[in-house]
Design a protein around this ligand. Structure first.
Ligand SMILES: NC(=O)c1ccc[n+]([C@@H]2O[C@H](COP(=O)([O-])OP(=O)(O)OC[C@H]3O[C@@H](n4cnc5c(N)ncnc54)[C@H](OP(=O)(O)O)[C@@H]3O)[C@@H](O)[C@H]2O)c1
Length: 256
């Protein structure tokens, strides 16, 4: 069982990232937390400090490759981390239409490039030390294209394939990579959705499942299993039938 002591988490200023920070916070842990909103990130840090953790925070945009790399390397210089969680992500929505070009650009930049900008420097430092563990936060939406959020689904599918490509060769460097694919979690990301979200869970519960899966070094941490099975069944249907069913699903609204 892997019990990490020094953990770096992107997107820790709210939602799942905040819940993960709190799940790992105790008197034996050092947390490196990042986000863009200074106030919300400080609130996460204070809550983690109350639980006994030593916390460092940095505010920057994860889509800036130089800033992201600098964050990872500077944190590692302060104290070598044993777990990196690439969690920062956004979704879009365009009043029931597909995401527009601006949203699509932001989604791909954050959910794909932002993850790569975090994970690539982390791999590099881990390869030159004693290894470590990396968690990439994907989504069940990356296992099947869903109408209303094509750019979001594409971003999560992309990062899934990237994670699956990396994992086999990292093992020789004692680096364990897990792809996390959650279903609906109650956060500000889902608060904008006006449709029913089956089996939605709290961020705290999701963080617990992820932490448990990471301790067992699971290559894939996918939940809830019921929705995963439904997606697998959809993937096995003839494409004309699955298109027909998916076209009837409610679409993400979004703010823009
Ligand atoms: N909620 C769900 O149902 C669900 C399901 C599956 C997967 N996920 C994934 O879980 C992850 C966390 O999402 P969440 O639901 O917790 O949403 P959230 O509450 O909106 O949190 C997103 C986090 O990402 C950070 N972030 C976004 N863009 C950033 C950028 N350009 N630079 C730096 N930080 C940035 C945000 O920081 P600031 O607010 O400070 O900008 C925030 O801390 C995402 O990767 C999401 O795709 C969520």
């Amino acid at each position: 069982m892997l019990v990490p002591k020094t953990i770096l988490i992107s997107g820790a200023s709210s939602g799942l990232g905040q819940a993960l920070a709190l799940a790992y916070a105790n008197k034996n842990t050092v947390l490196f937390l990042a986000g863009r909103d200074r106030l919300r990130l400080s609130a996460t840090a204070s809550a983690c400090e109350k639980l006994g953790a030593k916390v460092y925070t940095d505010c920057f945009d994860i889509t800036d490759a130089k800033l992201a790399e600098n964050w990872v390397l500077t944190c590692h210089d302060k104290q070598a981390f044993d777990l990196v969680i690439a969690n920062a992500g956004i979704s879009g929505g365009n009043y029931g239409q597909m995401e527009n070009t601006k949203q699509s650009y932001q989604i791909i930049s954050t959910n794909v490039l932002g993850v790569m900008y975090t994970v690539i420097p982390a791999i590099s430092v881990m390869q030159h030390s004693s290894g470590g563990q990396i968690a990439i936060i994907g989504s069940l939406a990356g296992l099947k294209g869903f109408p209303g959020a094509p750019a979001y689904c594409a971003s999560k599918a992309s990062i899934k394939v990237w994670a699956d490509s990396l994992r086999p060769t990292l093992k020789k460097d004692n680096i364990f990579l897990s792809l996390v694919c959650p279903g609906f979690i109650k956060t500000s990301m889902t608060d904008q959705n006006k449709f029913p979200m089956p089996l939605m869970m709290s961020a705290e519960r999701a963080a617990k499942i992820i932490k448990n899966g990471l301790e067992k070094k699971k290559p894939w941490i996918i939940f809830p299993k019921t929705i995963y099975v439904i997606i697998q069944m959809l993937n096995m249907l003839p494409i004309a039938i699955s298109d027909h069913l998916l076209a009837r699903l409610p679409k993400k609204q979004g703010l823009e």
